[in-house]
Design a protein around this ligand. Structure first.
Ligand code: NDP
Length: 462
């Protein structure tokens, strides 16, 4: 009989924590998992899932417009924000229920309380003050929006957390940031009829993406009517006498809006967790430092998911949890593989991307071939929509391997999931060329770009 109350104690009921707890419990381990808010974490409760539901909601007005070119007379339509929120809440509650039942059915104990470390094997449950012990502890407390406390008026602004439950749909919004969340919400709010201004400090939105994706999406957003301000930041936010907000920018613009949303990155949820008491090291930004097996410097304590700030994505947290199980409970040391992670930005149009951007590939390989197609998708012909799709393959000229694949357009996220398998398997450009097209699709462009659009040698386009 173990000297501890549990074999495994997981702090945090998000994607990574629940997966680790559920699978360990299914193997007969004595497992408890503590969550202070709702099971499902950022992804299910106030991230990926409700975001995607909002994306669907925001796309309908374009569907209605497009339908006309196909002979439909859609008639007058209206949008009910409160109804969307209620439907979303119902779906989130259903998913949370599944997370809970998955844990319970596999024998994990659910503890609805904040949990903090006391030492390397002891956890205090804040709700009751009780302490429990565990042989191993996994910290999977995720992250939270950076509230940008240095910004005067930041307390008047909202984060993505609040955007999911606004009592009313605003008439206008200013969104600060140029990353995933800023761009996705700019498109969501615009699609729902809100006047949107996005402000970003850099020269182009989505700094870590391929330049064609960044410019292509920027152009599409502006074409729709979203205002994008570059190389500027909000300097302060004030209330106006009539109840709205006034955002002043560094370059001297004053913009009146109903709501200002900050999407300036997310910080690890480590404050007050008792890491110091347990001796767990964190980096300068408060993220828990782990080795390749998600082990902290304290042998009994592990951390996975956003709290470690490796790659802030749900599937990565789940993968890290599965690697933890393999390593610790199956005697099969498995380090998470963070290479070639396919990802999508659910903007409108979407971006799907896997591997290196042209710019990053040019730094790594001496010679590249770039295959690029820009075209109007078939659906846009009868609808009359001006939107373009862009597809791009980056090929290492020496090994012939496709080292980056990028898509801007409808269903780019779906397409890049499949491309991710090919790139992971080390696909060459010749494999693409040998693949028969599926006709008529947009994706067939990926296997019919036979000649390079241009080459890059020693970081110079030729
Ligand atoms: P991102 O890291 O994507 O973007 C943060 C943005 O804020 C960047 O544009 C950054 O600029 C800017 N920024 C940071 N600090 C400042 C500052 N002090 N002043 C002005 N601008 C600043 O973070 P998000 O918050 O958008 O999303 C968090 C994470 O969540 C993402 O990294 C992603 O991993 C995940 N996510 C994934 C989604 C998906 O898979 N579809 C959807 C939503 C989130 P710069 O680029 O110049 O550094």
């Amino acid at each position: 009989m173990s000297a501890y109350d549990y074999d495994l104690f997981v702090i945090g009921g998000g994607s990574g924590g629940v997966r680790a707890a559920r699978v360990a419990a299914s193997m007969g381990k004595r497992v408890a998992i503590a969550e202070e808010y709702r099971f499902g974490g950022t992804c299910v409760i106030r991230g990926c899932v409700p975001k995607k539901l909002f994306v669907y909601a925001s796309q309908f007005h374009e569907h209605f417009e497009d339908a006309v070119g196909y002979g439909w007379n859609v008639g007058k339509n209206t949008f009910d924000w409160k109804k969307l929120i209620a439907s979303k809440d119902k779906e989130i509650a259903r998913l949370e229920g599944l997370y809970r039942s998955g844990l319970v059915n596999n024998g994990a104990e659910i503890i609805e309380s904040r949990a903090e470390l006391v030492n390397a094997h002891t956890i205090r449950l804040v709700k009751t003050g009780k302490t429990v012990t565990a042989e191993k502890i996994v910290i999977a407390t995720g992250g939270a929006p950076n509230l940008h406390a240095a910004l005067p008026g930041h307390e008047l602004c909202i984060s993505s957390n609040d955007a999911f439950d606004l009592p009313e749909l605003p008439r206008s919004i200013m969104i600060a940031g140029g990353g995933y969340i800023a761009v996705e919400f700019a498109n969501i709010f615009h699609g729902l009829g809100v006047d949107v201004t996005l402000i970003y400090r850099g020269k182009e939105i989505l700094s870590r993406f391929d330049k064609d994706m960044r410019q292509g999406l920027h152009n599409a957003m502006v074409e729709k009517g979203i205002r994008i301000i570059l190389t500027d930041v909000i300097e302060n936010v004030e209330k106006t006498a009539v109840g709205g907000l006034l955002a002043k920018t560094k370059t001297g613009e004053t913009i009146a809006v109903d709501i200002v949303m900050l999407a300036l990155g997310r910080d690890s949820n480590t404050k007050g967790l008792g890491l110091e008491a347990a001796g767990v090291d964190v980096d300068q930004r408060g993220a828990i430092i782990v080795d390749e097996y998600s082990r902290t410097n304290v042998p009994s304590i592990y951390a996975l998911g956003d709290v470690t700030d490796r790659v802030q994505l749900t599937p990565v947290a789940i993968h890290e949890a599965m690697c933890f199980i393999e390593t610790e409970y199956k005697n099969n040391p498995t380090a998470p593989d963070h290479d070639l992670i396919a990802t999508a930005v659910f903007s409108q149009p979407e971006i799907g991307t896997v591997g290196l951007s042209e710019e990053d590939a040019a730094k790594r390989y001496s010679e590249l071939e770039v295959y690029r197609a820009e075209f109007r998708p078939m659906k846009a012909t009868l609808s009359g929509r001006a939107e373009k799709m862009i597809m791009k393959l980056i090929v290492d000229a020496e090994s012939r391997k496709v080292v980056g694949a990028h898509i801007l357009g409808h269903d780019a996220g779906e397409m890049v999931q499949l491309l991710g398998i090919s790139l992971k398997a080390g696909v060459t450009k010749e494999d693409f060329d040998r693949t028969m097209a599926v006709h008529p699709t947009a994706a067939e462009e990926l296997v019919t770009m036979y000649d390079p659009s241009y080459r890059i040698k020693n970081n110079q386009r030729i």
